[in-house]
Write a protein that binds this ligand. Structure first.
Ligand code: ASP
Length: 323
């Protein structure tokens, strides 16, 4: 039997054991296992890595525990505005949606853009319209509401005002480091990378972005090369963290490029980007990656990252903290 494996993440950030109740921890572990299993079953039955990535991500999008799909964070106007992307390592074909409000599973929207349109990325109302025309499941924006996320927005808005009062920053942008939610700093986002029995890699990422974002801000998650990348020659990568840093550093593609041009291993390339380049700039976050041989890497430079993998033989691990 050919090799196959799947890796998922549910976001990185200040995730500390001390501030997590045992019940909530169990909920996260159970949901991560469910998402992992959904993708693993696709692969075990001979399905493609693209199908596995969508299956895993859908489970996490449907759960309010993660900042993607239902339970996405709120933007400054109190709306959920979601981004997602997917890439096929075999064909190098890719699709993405950004700033969407009604697509139940933005990862499915991203795949539809790839397969049913001549484009790579669609945004806002146009993307929502496209999804509807394609017969994808759409929901009233109320479906995505989560009370906890709403309270997070209120808290951050309050803090923003206070911070601006004492800040020379006239852009209105407050670095998350300065925000009150410092104790609960968690970049949501979910992602999945997979290797199927046919040796094909795929990567996908889905997010609600960052709480209190303004002006149609879009992070790295729907940007091919930044938040998501897959190439059978090298690896598949899905990122989570402070998107602006991941865009500027073209993180997902950088991992692939270092493997292709410098002959680095997956372990070396991912660690170089996350633990050296990003860390030196204060770019917080992490990524999951898998190469064509089924090697796996899950580095992060934050306190924690929801992450899990399952290999062909069923061996799996689910982790949250820095352990
Ligand atoms: N990278 C995402 C963004 O900047 C956030 C996250 O990973 O949680 O939109």
């Amino acid at each position: 039997m050919e090799n196959f494996a799947i890796v998922i993440h549910g976001g990185a950030g200040t995730i500390l054991k001390d501030s997590m109740s045992p019940q909530l921890e169990q909920q996260y572990i159970a949901k991560l296992n469910e998402a992992l299993k959904a993708g693993y079953d696709v692969l075990a039955k001979g399905g493609t890595s693209m199908d596995a990535v969508v299956a895993s991500i859908k489970v996490m999008e449907d759960s309010p525990l993660f900042n993607a799909g239902k339970g996405s964070v709120f933007n400054h106007e109190g709306k959920n505005e979601m981004d997602a992307s997917i890439m096929d390592g075999k064909t190098l074909n890719a699709g993405a949606v950004a700033g969407v409000h009604t697509i139940k599973n933005p990862i499915v929207g991203a795949r539809a853009v790839m397969e049913k349109s001549p484009h790579v990325m669609l945004t806002g109302d146009g993307a929502d319209k496209f999804a509807k025309e394609q017969g994808l499941q759409v929901e009233d924006p109320k479906y995505f509401y989560d009370e906890k996320r709403w309270q997070q927005l209120q808290q951050i808005k309050k803090q923003e005002k206070i911070t601006l009062d004492h800040s020379s920053d006239t852009t209105g942008w407050v670095h998350p480091k300065d925000a009150e939610f410092i104790h609960d700093k968690k970049f949501g986002t979910v992602g999945c990378v997979a290797l199927d029995k046919y040796g094909n890699l795929a990567a996908g990422t889905s997010t609600g972005g960052m709480t209190n974002k303004k002006w149609g801000r879009v992070g790295d998650s729907p940007i091919i090369g930044a938040g998501t990348y897959a190439n059978n020659k090298t690896c598949a990568v899905s990122c989570t963290g402070h998107g602006e840093y991941f865009i500027r550093n073209v993180v997902a593609y950088d991992v692939s490029a270092m493997m292709e041009y410098k002959g680095m291993t997956l372990e070396q390339a991912t660690s170089e980007v996350v633990m050296k380049k990003l860390k030196a700039q204060g770019g917080e976050g992490g990524l999951i990656a898998i190469d064509a041989k089924g090697n796996i890497a899950m580095p992060f430079n934050t306190a924690g990252m929801y992450r899990a993998y399952m290999k062909k033989d069923g061996k799996s691990e689910v982790k949250i903290y820095n352990e």
